[in-house]
Design a protein around this ligand. Structure first.
Ligand SMILES: [Cu+2]
Length: 572
């Protein structure tokens, strides 16, 4: 069309066509996207005009300070972390930023039936949550223990809100749907009327439970949830049936029917052997265990005056350790690893109709195609692990770790700056020859290891004071939905490297940026300084589209003119 020149003589038409043809060639050359130039041409252009004249890289500018939604280390207003004595029970200091409730610890030690109303109120537990009875062997501590657990949902669906309730963040802004065996609590599930945030004693993993060898233990599951569940005591010495002939192994396909919503069942045991064991639900366990229905079950050796912290909510530092622990160690930590598949956990956020959730979980979801996205240590991922799950070291002292891998994949437990000694596996002591110091330990799913950390600076046990990470050494384990640092990273921090709030005094790095959900939403660049145009710039896309339109236009003109010239030439 551009080349049809009606009413002009042949000569002037030809001349005009040639000019348009030339202009279209120039147009093609100008609009041709430089990213499509052949490499040899790029090199020639660079050598002729210099790199900067050809493509000037944008200048890096410091990123605007990122929004930090929350305090890195919330103030301990109630003094929960302090060393204190409650009703005669000594509660050890917790130096981390966020500590557990010492009144709940005291109630766990004495039993909710043996404490004042004031302590009970401050513990937040129901009056029958942990009942302790007679001293049967006359050694000065109670041997009848009755624990009651409920089942709670975290970050689930609500009929009145499109946001998950009750909320529990494993990392800033990360709220996977979870189920948990919860201590029997009094009052609301949330902190107060103004918030949807779960109260501090409602968290994953399910509480680490501690009983003494030979205790008469009853654990009642009150199924306050909309799904059927059971309790399986993994590794702990218990009868297949209880004294009444009722199923006691928690396995619906072998020992019993599931506990239906609203029902209760009591499991009985009198463990003959001490050691670190495990407990979990056994209804559809391929799904229910990963949802959070799992906890450590610890049987302590029978000793005199051995008052035990029956419940360690969310695992972590044992504030009132056993006699055996005090005899050999300066501190003890319950270390519980888990992993979470967001494709599974989000299913309880789509509906609150148990029929729909059940179908979605057990017919639509296929665990054999699954992948895990979140990796937690004591119910949190980095950076929250730095708030709650630091191991605080003092030179020359020793700590005991009771470690379980409740995740669906093995973990490669690794400590920086220390070689540790493995002393027990699955609750059975290992002899010296099997336990030389090591800094990596493979922990398969559901396996427990007792570990001794010795903070003596001798080049093997410890390399000296510092902030030494410990984490799963598999690459995925240190990420949160593929973003690092995240996952189960925490640290062994020596006293002198902790500030007054309990935050590690890191060498030059500021960790504030990780306390924003923006970080895990991939909104924060990897480096502090950034030239956005280097990685991606939507404006460049517009430029490219504009160039392509022009290119198409000029090509169109070029071809139509060429065609015109050829047909004209043939006519003549
Ligand atoms: Cu279950």
């Amino acid at each position: 069309m551009w080349c049809i020149q009606l009413g002009l003589n042949r000569k002037s038409t030809m001349k005009k066509n040639n000019i348009i043809l030339l202009l279209s060639i120039i147009g093609i050359l100008i609009s041709f996207p430089p990213q499509w130039y052949p490499l040899s041409l790029k090199i020639s252009l660079t050598s002729l005009f210099g790199a900067n004249d050809y493509v000037s890289l944008p200048e890096s500018k410091p990123q605007e300070s990122t929004i930090t939604n929350e305090a890195v280390c919330p103030e301990d207003l109630s003094g929960w972390g302090n060393k204190q004595t409650i009703e005669g029970i000594e509660i050890n200091e917790s130096k981390a930023c966020v500590s557990d409730n010492p009144f709940l610890v005291a109630a766990s030690v004495l039993g909710t039936n043996n404490i004042s109303n004031e302590t009970l109120l401050k513990s937040g537990l129901s009056s029958d949550a942990i009942e302790k009875g007679r001293d049967l062997d006359g050694d000065g501590d109670p041997d009848e223990i009755h624990i009651k657990l409920e089942i709670a949902e975290l970050n689930g669906s609500s009929p009145i809100s499109d946001k998950p309730v009750t909320t529990y963040d494993i990392a800033p802004g990360i709220q996977p749907g979870l189920w948990v065996f919860a201590p029997k609590l009094a009052g609301m599930a949330v902190e107060n009327f103004e918030t949807q945030v779960a109260r501090t004693s409602l968290k994953i993993p399910s509480p680490a439970l501690r009983v003494e060898q030979g205790d008469i233990v009853k654990i009642t599951i009150q199924n306050t949830h909309y799904m059927p569940h059971t309790l399986h005591l993994h590794g702990a010495d218990h009868g297949f049936l209880d004294e009444n002939g009722e199923g006691n192994d928690g396995v619906p396909i072998a020992s019993e029917m599931p506990i239906l919503p609203g029902e209760s069942r009591t499991y009985n045991l009198k463990p003959r052997k001490a050691g670190t064991m495990f407990y979990h639900c056994h209804v559809q366990p391929h799904v229910h265990v990963q949802m959070g229905l799992q906890g450590l079950f610890i049987v302590e050796e029978n000793k005199s005056n051995n008052y035990l912290q029956t419940m360690n909510v969310g695992a972590g530092k044992v504030r009132a350790p056993s006699q055996t622990s005090k005899q050999f160690y300066d501190s003890e930590y319950d270390i519980h690893y888990m992993d979470i598949d967001k494709e599974l956990s989000s299913r309880i956020q789509e509906s609150n109709d148990p029929r729909i959730v059940t179908k979605s979980m057990h017919r639509d979801y296929d665990i054999t195609d699954a992948n895990v996205d979140y990796f937690t240590l004591n119910g949190r991922s980095f950076p929250y692990t730095f708030r709650e799950s630091l191991i605080v070291a003092e030179s020359e002292k020793k700590a005991k770790l009771r470690l379980v891998n409740g995740g669906s994949k093995g973990i490669s437990f690794h400590t920086h700056g220390h070689k540790f000694k493995v002393i027990e596996r699955d609750g059975v002591p290992l002899n010296e020859a099997q336990g030389p110091p090591q800094d990596v330990l493979w922990v398969p799913t559901s396996q427990r290891y007792d570990i001794e950390l010795n903070f003596t600076n001798d080049g093997t046990n410890s390399y000296g004071p510092g902030i030494w990470l410990f984490h799963d050494h598999q690459n995925k384990g240190v990420t949160t939905d593929g973003i690092g640092p995240g996952g189960n990273i925490s640290a062994i921090v020596y006293d002198e490297f902790l500030d007054d709030d309990g935050w590690p005094i890191s060498n030059g790095m500021n960790l504030n940026q990780y306390f924003s959900s923006d970080y895990y939403d991939k909104e924060i660049p990897i480096w502090g300084d950034i030239a956005p145009e280097v990685s991606s710039n939507p404006k460049d896309d517009i430029k490219l589209i504009f160039r392509l339109i022009l290119l198409a236009l000029f090509f169109g003109i070029f071809f139509s003119c060429t065609l015109k010239l050829i047909t004209k030439g043939r006519k003549e």
